[in-house]
Design a protein around this ligand. Structure first.
Ligand SMILES: [Zn+2]
Ligand SMILES: [Zn+2]
Length: 340
């Protein structure tokens, strides 16, 4: 079967022929139907990644073989690649994504493969969710990325009526806009350098849409919030460069939410005195857990949230190289998915 891997030495991806994984007791084999490409995949393929090298984790498909009592061939499922143990110090303190088990768990060989094996640990810890009939494959591709965003929004302490700025309208920035609008944000302000992505932000209902090279984004945010600045500012770019811009949009006592995965060792220079005097709270959010994947599936299944209109490109597995090149082109793509 075919599967996608980071090219040895980096600098892109390649499709390779590998054996269909064999499953053991308590495991399932899934035929991939849809898999989204996200920022961390691009970082793995082209950058200096800080996350494990497996490609494709926004994945849903059909169970083709099961050595479990819970799942049967033909079941349509979403699969989360990471699970937490629920018993360690971190889990007992609610830091599920910091659990030592979390980054050790995965699917084999990856989500961007014709078939993948779901290990017993994932099955037992609730990583496999059955999809109701009314949740299509493309909608299911958004469970993982939107669950990451939902967790981030919760960690930032978002409340209906809050105002939020987002710098970086990539696929995740776009999900932020969609969820925040659905959850009752009073103001959603978005900034990006790509006019294609700004157009998407506008279409998604962002109240303020700004190219920071053409207008003063923090000024626009203050203008929409009685001069205060927003309650929560989100850095949703794969680089820390716009950090000061995000900080300048946030009100005193507000929250800075760091979401985009920076490259290894990336450092930021910020005005520390301002940070202190303005009581800016710093929150980061990495990945997601079964708490949020279940909530997102409920929101999607109930029709409260729909995300598949964020897909701009669809590719076949054998077109993975082109899919990755397209996903990295901010001038013409938003969400790119691979379908089988
Ligand atoms: Zn744990
Ligand atoms: Zn993702």
């Amino acid at each position: 079967m075919r599967a996608v891997f980071v090219r040895p030495g980096g600098g892109g991806v390649e499709v390779r022929d590998v054996d269909v994984p064999e499953i053991g007791e308590g495991e399932i084999l899934v035929r991939m139907r849809v898999c989204g490409i996200d920022g961390t995949d691009l970082e793995k393929a082209f950058g200096r990644p800080i996350t494990p090298p497996m490609l494709g984790h926004e994945v849903a498909g059909e169970v083709v073989e099961s050595k479990t009592s819970e799942f049967r061939p033909g079941d349509r499922v979403f699969v989360h690649h990471h699970v937490f143990c629920g018993r360690c110090y971190y889990c007992l303190h609610g830091s599920y994504t910091m659990c030592p088990l979390f980054l050790k768990t995965t699917i084999e060989p990856c989500g961007l493969a014709e078939y993948f094996r779901v290990p017993r640990t994932n099955v037992e810890r609730g990583a496999v969710l059955k999809l109701p009939d009314n949740v299509g494959w493309e909608e299911a591709a958004f469970i993982e990325p939107s669950a990451c965003v939902l967790r981030a929004i919760n960690r930032a302490g978002f409340r209906p009526g809050d105002s939020v700025s987002i710098v970086g309208v990539g696929p995740t920035g776009a999900i932020f806009i969609r969820l925040l609008k659905s959850f009752g944000a009073s103001v959603v302000a978005a900034a990006d350098l790509s006019s294609f992505r700004l157009e998407a932000a506008r279409r998604l209902g962002a109240d303020i849409v700004v190219n920071p090279l053409e207008a003063d984004f923090p000024e626009e945010c203050r203008g929409a919030t009685d001069g205060r600045g927003v309650d929560i500012g989100v850095l949703a770019t794969p680089t820390v460069k716009p950090l000061q811009t995000v900080l300048d949009t946030i009100r005193k006592g507000g929250v800075l939410l760091i979401f985009g995965a920076p490259e290894k060792g990336e450092k930021a220079e910020i005005d520390f005195s301002k940070l202190f005097l303005r009581e800016t709270n710093i929150v980061t959010s990495y990945s997601t857990s079964e708490v949020e994947t279940n909530l997102m599936l409920s929101l999607i299944a109930s029709g409260r949230v729909s995300l598949r209109d964020l897909i701009t490109h669809r590719f076949r597995l054998e077109e993975a190289e082109e899919a990755f090149q397209t996903a990295r082109d901010a001038g013409r793509s938003l969400k790119v998915v691979v379908e089988a």
